[in-house]
Ligand binder design. Structure first.
Ligand code: GDP
Ligand code: MG
Length: 617
């Protein structure tokens, strides 16, 4: 089997050990067959034969028997190389060349011998609707499962903690909620092994319950359900089970594959069972890590402390972190001067799945950043320097994580097979119609994957999910607020807004065909808030407005927005200041407006002004 090999000190790009060999095909007199080969760049039949010390005609013959015509110059795929080597009893390794400062890629390609791997505690995140009991559960677990012996006095909040359950450890990330979870995932960090979905039995499935399910699923993390507040008189656990089953989270006892537990986070009833369930799920996942290698992992939290300087909570995921280690964290670096665990005790070393707070970094990293230790301080500083340069370069060239145009280009180049879409619509019917029609779009081998489809305007959680999943957001008859637009821009998430279903479908389909060429693009030029309403017979409703962003022009189109939902789209009827018709009113000024053929304007409505502008390529 071809296995990517972890390289501690990878060769520089392009430095490939095969370069200087010549690959002639003179048959060898005395064949001495090779038992093991390693390659890094694509191989032709001739090159593979040379490495295996066999005659290329043998390989050509084998491929022919498999139904493939080849010549000595045919370039082989990894699968073909694997097949050929299997046939000739040669063990094959593919060497992946990874840049030395690409810690993310190095961590992603870490591979260890089975014998070096030791079981590690699961890392758990609690998610659920607001007030369903996340904080209470985290507190109860901490209070009841920290043995007094290891208790250093005050438990510190460091962003994560570890408890013991019958001699086994479980690590909890104690910034609950899917925002934190997804914000980390958006940076590429996947640190949660299990999600506890908490649902209050007296309230049932609520919007954030559904969001949590979406987030856990998108990340491929197993869910354990905790039906909470069973001590309450109105508690109805069966209803919660039925509601979750409708969403595809089905209890084992009903034939599904999700474990449900019933708890009272407040009294502690059932909490121990829940913890034992976590151990069970962790055992099924066979979570392991190698403690005997240099440490790497992820930043859980970081801040600047007045007295101590940059302070970061790291979750060790591989290896063992020691005080004195030289470490690169994101783009910062330093020597671990002091390590403190979640019980406020100073420790000298931290094993996999252990959260520790460290000081000694030159700068504050970000939650979700990766870290890795190096053999010397000098090395760590060099690597951090390269990473900083790269990051600055990246920020300079920052474009969308995934825009429709990128998508069209990548599809053209054959790089994309799945398009992730998030749909937000004004009513359930439109959301469902869009989802169904989008999923039906069938263009060659490209597939649409709707990861969320809900009613309402675009929220921050939508942006973070889209960012983490490289998804494009389709808004139907809704308008995001200025703050959400800004957030989307920061995260590089593209939002496409439509009010006609077939137009949205047409646009997506042409992108899937790799040819997106919009001729006109709508440009929002300003926004105004309705402060007062005057009903005037013959004229209709006049909206007394304050322009709060950009400007409004007499000949522009407008959209009336109420609570984030588009109520009406049409032309501006009139634009006045102090009884005079004016051409334009800019940010910070009051004005009176009417909308052509539309009078249902209310105080607090938002009027968005836009124009269709030709797109200049
Ligand atoms: P969060 O918003 O999900 O973090 O929810 P909290 O943990 O803050 O809990 C919200 C409210 O529900 C608080 O008043 C808790 O005391 C209460 N609560 C949480 N768990 C239970 C429970 O098991 N039983 C009862 N009766 N109340 C609970
Ligand atoms: Mg809370």
């Amino acid at each position: 089997m071809a296995k990517p090999q972890q390289k501690r000190k990878p060769a520089k790009k392009g430095n490939n050990r095969n370069h200087n060999r010549s690959y002639n095909n003179t048959p060898r007199k005395q064949q001495e067959h090779v038992k093991e080969i390693t390659y890094s760049t694509p191989l032709s039949v001739g090159q593979l034969a040379e490495l295996m010390k066999r005659n290329s005609s043998e390989i050509i013959k084998f491929l022919f028997m498999m139904g493939n015509m080849s010549t000595i110059n045919t370039v082989l795929s990894d699968e073909e190389i694997e097949l050929i080597c299997m046939e000739f009893n040669v063990t094959v390794h593919k060497e992946i060349v990874i840049e030395e400062d690409d810690i993310e890629e190095q961590i992603g390609n870490l591979e260890f011998d089975e014998k070096d791997l030791k079981p590690r505690p699961p890392v758990v995140t609690i998610m659920g609707h607001v007030d369903h009991g996340k904080t209470t559960l985290l507190d109860t677990i901490r209070k009841t499962h920290v043995t007094s012996g290891e208790f250093g006095g005050i438990t510190q909040h460091i962003g994560a903690y570890q408890v013991s359950v019958g001699g086994r450890k479980v690590t909890f990330l104690d910034t609950p909620g899917h925002e934190a979870f997804t914000a980390m995932r958006a940076r590429g960090a996947q640190i949660t092994d299990i999600v506890i979905l908490i649902v209050a039995a007296d309230d049932g499935v609520m919007p954030q319950t559904k969001e949590s399910i979406d987030h856990a699923r998108a990340a491929g993390v197993p869910i354990v359900v905790a039906v909470n507040k069973i001590d309450k008189p109105g508690a109805n656990p069966d209803k919660v089970m039925a509601e979750l089953s409708d969403l595809g989270v089905m209890p084992e006892e009903w034939g599904g594959d999700t474990i449900f537990t019933q708890i009272s986070a407040r009294s502690g009833e059932g909490v121990h069972d829940l913890l034992e369930t976590l151990i069970l799920v962790a055992d099924m996942q066979e979570l392991k890590a190698n403690p005997d290698t240099n440490a790497s992992g992820t930043v859980v939290e970081a801040k600047l402390d007045k007295g101590r300087g940059p302070v970061a909570t790291l979750l060790v995921q591989q290896g063992t972190l020691h005080t004195g280690d030289s470490v690169v964290v994101g783009t910062s670096f330093g020597r671990v001067r002091k390590m403190t665990n979640d019980k406020g005790m100073e420790i000298k070393q931290a094993l996999p799945s252990t959260p520790v707070e460290i000081i000694g970094l030159n700068e504050v990293p970000r939650a979700g950043d990766v870290f890795m230790t190096y053999e010397s301080y000098k090395k760590a500083s060099e690597i951090a320097g390269h990473r900083l340069e790269k990051q600055i370069e990246k920020e300079r060239n920052q474009t969308s994580a995934m825009s429709l145009e990128d998508l069209a280009r990548q599809i053209n180049e054959g790089d994309v097979k799945d398009i992730n879409i998030l749909i937000k619509a004004d009513v359930q019917g439109s959301a469902e119609a869009l989802k169904a029609s989008m999923e039906k779009l069938d263009v060659d081998t490209v597939r649409v994957n709707v990861i969320r489809s809900t009613v309402g305007t675009i929220t921050e959680s939508d942006i973070m999910l889209a960012s983490a999943s490289n998804a494009i957001i389709y808004g139907f008859n809704i308008r995001p607020t200025a703050a959400i637009r800004k957030k989307a821009e920061e995260e590089g998430v593209e939002i496409r807004l439509h009010n006609i279903i077939y137009k949205a479908l047409e646009e997506l389909e042409s992108a899937m065909k790799g040819m997106l060429a919009p001729v006109y693009e709508e440009v929002v030029i300003g926004q105004a808030e309705v402060r007062q309403i005057y009903k005037v017979s013959k004229v209709g409703t006049i909206a007394g407005c304050m322009v709060t962003d950009g400007s409004v022009r007499r000949d522009c189109s407008v959209r009336l927005i109420r609570d984030g939902i588009v109520i009406y789209t049409g032309k501006l009827g009139s634009l006045r200041r102090f009884d005079n018709d004016v051409k334009e009113v800019t940010n910070g000024y009051e004005c009176g407006m009417t909308i052509e053929n539309f009078n249902d304007i209310k105080v607090d409505d938002i009027i968005e002004a836009f124009e269709d502008q030709e797109v200049v390529e």
